[in-house]
Design a protein around this ligand. Sequence first.
Ligand SMILES: Cc1cc2nc3c(=O)[nH]c(=O)nc-3n(C[C@H](O)[C@H](O)[C@H](O)COP(=O)(O)OP(=O)(O)OC[C@H]3O[C@@H](n4cnc5c(N)ncnc54)[C@H](O)[C@@H]3O)c2cc1C
Length: 385
Amino acid sequence: MADRCDIAVVGGGVVGAAAALALSRAGFDVQLIERGMPPALPSEEYDPRVYAIAPSSAALLRELDVWPQLPAQRLCAYQRMRVWESAPERALAFDAADVGESQLGWIAEQSQLLAALWRALPAGVARTNTSVDGASFEQGALLQLSGGDLQARLVIAAEGAGSPLRERAGIVTTQREYEQLALVAHVTTREPHRGLALQRFLPGGPLAFLPLADGRRSIVWSLPVDEARRLQALPQDEFHQQLASAIQFETGDIVDSTPRALFPLRLMHATEYVRDALALVGDSAHVVHPLAGQGVNLGLADVAELLRVLTGAREQRSDWAGARVLRRYERARKAANLEMLALTDLLDRSFRSVVPGLPRVLDAGLALLDRIAPAKQALIRRALA
Ligand SMILES: Cc1cc2nc3c(=O)[nH]c(=O)nc-3n(C[C@H](O)[C@H](O)[C@H](O)COP(=O)(O)OP(=O)(O)OC[C@H]3O[C@@H](n4cnc5c(N)ncnc54)[C@H](O)[C@@H]3O)c2cc1C
């Protein structure tokens, strides 16, 4: 006899854990299946993986009562951001105060988010160390798990970019390798960050400096593969010099840094987000370039929409796991995700363009945009949404 539940969420990363929590709080009988162990307790050391959390994501986490559980001393609100190409004086500058807000977002560690989400899950919801060995989708879903079969009305795949359930369902994806690696580290800079995030578009890819709560900054530097490996292997002093020079000394000298980690970058979009009794969320459905810091934010927006659509249908006593309801989720999220995918891809490609003069035109565009207040305010509002 198979165990039964309303919804099986497969994958317990930030997006899957948030989906399991939100849907169980809404009264669905949920099981969360994670192939790994439960997330480790966050350590004193800052996690090398940090996320820029948008206000809309913070709002969902607040609704789930997870936001107040994040240690305040490890959350860094940032109020301002400057983006440029050729020279910092020509930057497009965003300030939360321009739109009457107190911050543009927060920088949070992945491990803190995961720990807080998992701690909030009701007892008996999570199954860890459990693999999905088979799945069929007829009249609901039947998952063959390493611990026995599980019957669900709906399966939510939150397995990250490689999503085996997406593959199993035969959902086609559009993919492109960026042939870039993101070099990630935390650095101590001579100048305090004062809640300012920086991003410079370089010919090899964008370089971002994000403020951390302990005064350091986290860097995400997208680079051609060979260049990323070369920079990773440099002695610390030399790396510090090249980094300070790349950001045109806007942070002052770099005086210390943590070990440098590399992450592969690619673009991916699933052509369908739903099938009978199956919905994709987060990186299982879309992977964006990290230059806009939007991956988790888009995933959490998927969760918020799925929650809205499923609870709405249940209130109206319609078949909440049925194709018509799932298509509503797909319609709403696909358009928004594609917009972000296209924008980040366009920005990355344009600034790295070999078309003579194009980066210069964009550089002028950033400087010009900075002087058009309504356009700038519209951009900030869009980023906060
Ligand atoms: C360098 C870099 C910087 C980034 N910075 C930002 C940022 O500032 N802001 C932002 O919003 N995003 C950022 N992102 C994007 C972000 O990391 C991803 O969008 C996010 O991790 C996706 O979360 P997820 O829960 O969908 O998938 P994942 O984090 O990949 O989680 C998937 C989970 O599913 C589990 N799993 C996989 N397969 C199975 C299976 N078959 N059965 C059971 N469990 C399974 C895995 O063990 C894992 O726990 C960045 C990405 C990179 C590479």
